[in-house]
Structures are given as structure tokens and as C-alpha cells.
Design a protein around this ligand. Structure first.
Ligand SMILES: [Zn+2]
Length: 173
């Protein structure tokens, strides 16, 4: 009976090894995955915005999505912005809603090119001034440029190569 037990143990050990081998992590993250914070979807090795049009050809073998946190939300949570956009001037007070709408639209378009770029938060300043923090330096520049294109005004870029931080200021009175 002893020899019989040993045989069982060997068999068991073998099976454990086999299972461990099968569950080795793949090189790319498992797909599809959904960000539990913003709803961004990871499929076909890229992150896309929650509202992005992914076309009608979803894979037939579509599996339940894995819940995770996308790179942009990870950055939001650890709170290190890549850029700031300061918006100021009397024009801003009079057209605040319009400006915010434009910024949201532009950020949405930018997210289709690079889902890692998004607005982290908005801080109110004095006299209707507000400052947006963005995850990437590029998005702060892009948003500032969009304001200038739509409404004129003046724009200042200040880019620190040392810490890859863009400070953009757009103003119109
Ligand atoms: Zn996210």
C-alpha cells in the first residue's frame, strides 16, 4: 500500500507542474480588458477610448472582458501630470461653457490618437481663470492650440525638458 501512495504523490506533483506551465503570463496583456475607471478598452494590443468606434467587426470569439486599470488612469491615480493648461482672461468668464465644451471635444479627439493623453483635473483660479492638468505634455499643447485656433488670443508655451513638463497658457480679454 505504501508504494501505491508514493505513486499518487508523484502523479500529483507532476500535475501541478503542468498547470503552472500552462498559466505562464503571456507577453502582451490578456485581451479584451476594460478599464474599471474610465471604460477604455484594450483589444488588438491597443487601448481605445470607451466611446471610440471600434467598427462592426468584433471578433466572434469575444470573451468576457478582464477588469483592469488603463495606463492613463494609473497615472491619474498616482497624480503626476505631464502638462498644464492655464486658461485666463475676461473672454473666458463670458464664454466659459463654450470653452469647456471645446476642450472636452478636443481631448476626446486626442484620445483617439493617444488614449494615454487625458485631462486629469481642473483647478479654479481667481477671476474665472482655470488650469487643467493633463497626463501628457502633448495634450496640454494640443488643447492650448485648439483654443487659439478657435478664438485667437495669445498662447505661451513653457516646456521643461528636464522633467518633460509642459506649461501652456492661453489668454484672451
Ligand atoms: Zn482608464
Amino acid at each position: 500500500m505504501r508504494s501505491n501512495k508514493r505513486y499518487t504523490n508523484t502523479n500529483f506533483t507532476k500535475r501541478v507542474d503542468h498547470e503552472a506551465g500552462r498559466h505562464r503570463p503571456a507577453r502582451a496583456p490578456r485581451e479584451p480588458a476594460v478599464c474599471k475607471s474610465c471604460g477604455a478598452v484594450y483589444a488588438r494590443r491597443r487601448w481605445t477610448d470607451a466611446n471610440a468606434d471600434r467598427g462592426i467587426s468584433e471578433p466572434k470569439h469575444w470573451r468576457p472582458a478582464r477588469m483592469t486599470t488603463c495606463p492613463a488612469c494609473k497615472q491619474k491615480q498616482c497624480g503626476s501630470p505631464g502638462g498644464y493648461l492655464r486658461v485666463e482672461g475676461s473672454f473666458v468668464i463670458a464664454h466659459r461653457e463654450e470653452i469647456e465644451q471645446l476642450l472636452r471635444n478636443e481631448a476626446g479627439r486626442a484620445a483617439m490618437d493617444n488614449p494615454l493623453g487625458c485631462i486629469m483635473n481642473s483647478t479654479e483660479g481667481r477671476d474665472g481663470t482655470f488650469t487643467l492638468a493633463t497626463t501628457t505634455e502633448h495634450l496640454a499643447q494640443r488643447l492650448g492650440h485648439a483654443l487659439e485656433k478657435a478664438y485667437g488670443g495669445t498662447i505661451d508655451y513653457d516646456f521643461s525638458h528636464e522633467n518633460k513638463l509642459a506649461r501652456v497658457k492661453w489668454a484672451r480679454n
